[in-house]
Every structure is written in C-alpha cells, then in structure tokens.
Design a protein around this ligand. Structure first.
Ligand code: ADP
Ligand code: MG
Length: 204
C-alpha cells in the first residue's frame, strides 16, 4: 500500500510537471510567472528523494512535505509542504487509508495551510478549491460513498472552486497587489490543488 502511495505521489508529480507551463502562464497573469516552475521543481525532488518502499504512509507524506518545503519556494512551497506534513502526522503508522482517514488527513492539510497562510475561503487562493472539495468529500462519504466516489465529488467541487476564483479579487498572496485587476483570472494555486485531487482520484 505504501508503495502505492509513492506511486500516487509520483503520478501527482508527473501531472504537475506536465502542467508546468500552464500553471506558470496562469501565474504570469496575476503573479510572477513561477508557480508551475516552482511546483515542478518540488515534485521532481519528491519523485527522486521520497523512499519508494517505506510501509508507513505518514512517513512518506512527511518526507514529501519536507521536500516541497525545501525545494518549491514562493508562497506555495511552505503551504503545500505544511499540507503534506500535517496529513502525514494524521496518517502516521498507517499502511492503508480508509475514507475516514482521508477526510482526517484532508482536514489537517487545510488547517495547516490556513495556520500558515492566514487565508479564508473567498480570497482567491488554493483554499477556494480545497475547502469546497473537502465539504463535498465529507458529504459524499457521510452518505456512504467509497473513497473514489467521494473524491469524485471533491474534484467536481474543486473545479467549481477554480471557476469561482475567476469572479473574485485576490486579497492574499502576490495576486492581491493587483486588487480588482485580478478578477477574470483563475488562481494558479487553486488549479494545482485541483490537479492534485484529480490525479489522486484517477489513481484509485
Ligand atoms: P508566489 O506567489 O510566492 O510566487 P507561487 O506562485 O508558487 O508563489 O504560488 C501562488 C499561489 O499560492 C496562489 O495562486 C495561491 O493559490 C497560493 N497562495 C498565496 N498566498 C496564499 C495564502 N496566504 N494562503 C493560501 N494560498 C496562498
Ligand atoms: Mg508566483
């Protein structure tokens, strides 16, 4: 199972690397044109440095977070790094993940991002995809959906979250320097967060 978690992280990395130019172009519109470059560098590090056969899912995620923290840079490095590290704490010692485990890890990841970045939903950040995705995941799971179906619901909400970011002005991060001129553009971080969730869903 832990090998599968490494494979899943590798798959996330490959998708991020594949979308490097797209994410960077989005960041060119409202930021400093480095989101894709930052994230691709970070996940290249994850693919190379994270142990492929560690049975402890928590340890694998913790190492992923530390690698992102030290290699991504920008605002998103510490935020994604913290998200993976906090999820890793919740999953420490586990070699399988239930729907409840996933929800607990998802909650911890979001709490970590919010503690570090002090943003709420509606500020045009990755949280505009992640928070609605978490809500949709919880609702589906509570209704009896399995992990993959719950993630499917989460992905739909995350996609809607991306659309929502086009309608609002940024009040956190670099894009906030643009004020209302950031309206009309989709947030790069909300996009990379959605790509992440979609890759996990597709992996299952
Ligand atoms: P930087 O803005 O330092 O160049 P990146 O370009 O890698 O960093 O990442 C930008 C993304 O980071 C934004 O699109 C946004 O989603 C996310 N972000 C920025 N600040 C915050 C914050 N305080 N909380 C959550 N996400 C944030
Ligand atoms: Mg940037």
């Amino acid at each position: 199972m832990a090998t599968r978690v490494y494979e899943c992280l590798k798959s996330i990395g490959e998708k991020i690397i594949e979308n490097k130019d797209f994410l960077t172009d989005l960041d060119r519109e409202i930021g400093d044109a480095d989101h894709g470059v930052n994230m691709a560098r970070g996940f290249q590090g994850v693919i190379e440095k994270v142990a492929q056969d560690d049975p402890d899912i928590g340890a694998v995620l913790k190492k992923t977070g530390m690698t992102l923290l030290s290699t991504v840079g920008g605002a998103s490095g510490p935020l994604y790094g913290t998200a993976y590290m906090e999820a890793g704490k919740v999953l420490a010692g586990k070699n399988e993940i239930s729907t409840d485990d996933f929800l607990a890890a998802f909650d911890a990841a979001i709490a970590g991002i919010q503690k570090r970045g002090k943003a709420e939903k509606g500020e045009k950040t990755m949280l505009d995809s992640l928070i609605p995705a978490r809500e949709a995941f919880a609702e589906a799971a509570q209704g009896g959906a399995d992990l993959k179906s719950s993630l499917d619901a989460a992905c739909k909400a995350a996609e809607e979250g991306i659309e929502f970011t086009k309608t609002i002005a940024a009040t956190k991060g670099r894009a906030s320097y643009l004020g209302d001129r950031s309206i009309g553009h989709q947030d790069p971080g909300a996009t990379s967060a959605t790509i992440t969730l979609e890759t996990i869903r597709d992996f299952l």
